[in-house]
Each structure stands twice: as structure tokens, then as C-alpha cells.
Design a protein around this ligand. Structure first.
Ligand code: UD1
Length: 312
């Protein structure tokens, strides 16, 4: 059986990936997570089918021991928030950058066949042109964006210098079941869904015309597995998005329609480090990885909302 490691496997994206890997059948799935932003409950019904390592990726020795001999490492562990990286830059740097260095180094030492690295669309910053293509010069606007971009550079230089077969996927605002709305740093869709279900007015930072390429978790997880299987992609970077974009005003209108509520949003000043517009060009990922998003925005929202209704 092939051993796969998912760092951040107790997070919302990581735990969805764990389920999909288990469904494949021929894989032994091991999770590395320190439960800082992830939760054991995300793995509840699959807990006896995986090996769980409660390890912080800042600690090299236990991390390297867990990774040794793996076929594939999906590196998703992070402190995933732009505003948190501004308010708490030190842990954000240590986990997202030093931690990623540790993962790549451990993968070289442990002779891992392929690494799939969760990079971020935030690396682009504000570009003059949409959609955003991988060939555009990155313009990070926050520590989080800079850390994720440096992670890409490490992945590609480890490919060049040490032969590490690492491919980076720039995730575009992923949403779906198990995304935790419990923190001010939570993803906007999880916060808006909880507000709609609990009949509260959400907060929109800015004028609501900021836009995002919201990508349903199953599509991103599917792409991670395609990236693990693809040929000749070592050192490459691909957009992992849906290819569309919706403003926050449109998102909140659509959610109100689906949920049958009328709750005007409260408006507050835009957040520091916030990118204005985000939309992926998915041509390269489609061509080289077979990316083929399956869910329209409304389909993804309806599936996700159905799950949140069971929680709140
Ligand atoms: C950024 C990255 C994304 C990355 C994520 C990690 C960009 C374009 N995207 O997401 O790829 O995976 O960090 O967390 O940089 N907002 C509100 N009200 C709220 C919460 C948020 O209006 O209550 C707004 C934010 O100001 C932002 C948008 O909603 O304009 C999305 O915010 P969020 O879901 O936190 O993600 P990003 O910071 O865009």
C-alpha cells in the first residue's frame, strides 16, 4: 500500500482530502496535524482508518520520522489567514514558512516521490488584469501572501537543487463542509452561512464589491489528487480555482435567496492586506493536470449550506 501523508489533515480541506484518499482504497493515509486550527472532530468517522500524528510542523525530528518513506505528501498545514498574519506575524511566519521548509526538507531526506503544496491565490496581490495567470509577476500584500509565495519558491528550488518532485497549487478561496466559522479569521462563506442560518446580519468589510473565485472543496481536493498523479509537473505552479468570480454583495444576496431571508449586511472598512479582486485562469491546470471543476457556485453553496444547517 502507498503511504500518503496529509499535513493539516484535521483542517477542513485536509479532512476532505483524507476522505477522498481513503475512498481510493489502495492507500494508507496518515495525518500530521497539531490541532491548532484543525479539529479532531473533522476526522471522527474515519479516525480508525488512518494514522494520526499529533505533530507541529515547526518540530523537525518528529515530522521527519512521520514523513519518512511516504509515496506522496500533501502539504496543507498552515495558519491560513491574511488578517491573522498581520496581527500575529511571528506564529504565522514560523508555521507557514519555517514549517513548510521543514516539510520539504523532510521529504528530500525521506525520499518522498511527490509533494503537493497548498499555495495561495493571495500571492498575486492586485493585478491589472483578470483572470490571473501563473505567468504574472506576484505582488504579495500581506505576510500570509509572502509566506505562501516563499513556500512555492522553496518547492521549486528544492526541485532544482535536490530533485524534490514538488508541485504547487494556488488555492482560490476554498469553501465547503467543515469549514470552521468559529473565529474572526474564518473564511467569509462559513461566517455568512452561519449568519444566514442564525438570522443575523453579516459584516462586509469594504463596499462589498471585492470579488473572489470561490472554489468548492471537492473540486480542490480532486485537483490535489490529479496533481499527485500527473507527469512532469515537478517545480510547477498551478491555479486551483473555479475560473469565476463573485462579489461579496452577490454572495450575500444569493445566500439570502437560497435561505429565504432578508438581512441587510453591516458595512465596515476594508481589511488591511485585502486583495480587491481574485479570479483564476485555469487553462494550465486543465491542460497539464486535467482540472475539471464539477460544481457551479450555487451547487457548492447549496451543498455547503445543507451541512451547516445540521450544525447550527
Ligand atoms: C485569502 C486568499 C485565499 C486563502 C485565504 C486563507 C486572496 C484573494 N485569497 O483569502 O486564497 O486561501 O486567504 O485564509 O487573498 N470578509 C467580509 N466579512 C467577513 C469576513 C471576510 O467582508 O466577515 C471579506 C474579506 O475582507 C475579503 C473576503 O471577504 O474581502 C474574503 O475573505 P476571507 O474569506 O477571509 O478570505 P481571503 O482573505 O480573501
Amino acid at each position: 500500500m502507498r503511504k500518503c501523508i496529509v499535513t493539516g489533515g484535521a483542517g477542513f480541506i485536509g479532512s476532505a482530502l483524507v476522505r477522498k484518499l481513503l475512498a481510493q482504497g489502495d492507500t494508507s493515509v496518515e495525518v500530521v496535524d497539531n490541532l491548532l486550527t484543525g479539529h479532531a472532530r473533522n476526522l471522527e468517522e474515519v479516525r480508525d482508518r488512518i494514522v494520526f500524528h499529533e505533530i507541529d510542523i515547526r518540530h523537525y525530528a518528529p515530522l521527519a520520522a512521520a514523513i519518512h518513506g511516504a509515496d506522496t505528501v500533501y502539504h496543507l498545514a498552515a495558519i491560513p489567514s491574511v488578517p491573522r498574519s498581520i496581527r500575529e506575524p511571528v506564529p504565522s511566519h514560523e508555521v507557514n514558512l519555517d514549517g513548510s521548509f521543514n516539510v520539504f526538507h523532510a521529504c528530500v531526506q525521506g525520499k518522498v516521490r511527490r509533494v503537493v503544496y497548498a499555495a495561495s491565490s493571495s500571492a498575486y496581490g492586485d493585478t491589472d488584469v483578470l483572470p490571473k495567470e501563473e505567468t504574472m509577476a506576484p505582488r504579495p500584500k500581506s505576510p500570509y501572501a509572502a509566506q505562501k509565495l516563499m513556500g512555492e519558491y522553496y518547492a521549486s528550488t528544492f526541485h532544482t537543487c535536490f530533485g524534490l518532485d514538488a508541485v504547487a497549487l494556488r488555492f482560490f478561496n476554498v469553501y465547503g463542509e467543515r469549514q470552521d466559522p468559529g473565529s474572526p479569521y474564518s473564511g467569509v462563506i462559513s461566517l455568512f452561512m452561519r449568519a444566514a442560518i442564525e438570522r443575523r446580519n453579516p459584516t462586509i468589510f469594504g463596499d462589498g464589491e471585492h470579488s473572489r473565485d470561490f472554489t468548492y472543496v471537492d473540486d480542490v481536493v480532486g485537483l490535489c489528487m490529479k496533481a499527485a498523479a500527473a507527469s512532469n509537473v515537478g517545480g510547477q505552479v498551478y491555479n486551483a480555482g473555479n475560473g469565476n468570480r463573485y462579489t461579496l454583495n452577490e454572495l450575500w444576496r444569493l445566500l439570502q435567496t437560497i435561505e429565504g431571508v432578508d438581512l441587510p449586511a453591516k458595512f465596515e472598512p476594508a481589511r488591511e492586506g485585502d486583495v480587491r479582486d481574485s479570479q483564476a485562469d485555469i487553462t494550465a491546470a486543465t491542460r497539464d493536470l486535467g482540472h475539471n471543476p464539477q460544481y457551479t457556485f450555487e451547487q457548492g453553496l447549496r451543498r455547503t449550506l445543507a451541512w451547516y444547517r445540521t450544525q447550527f
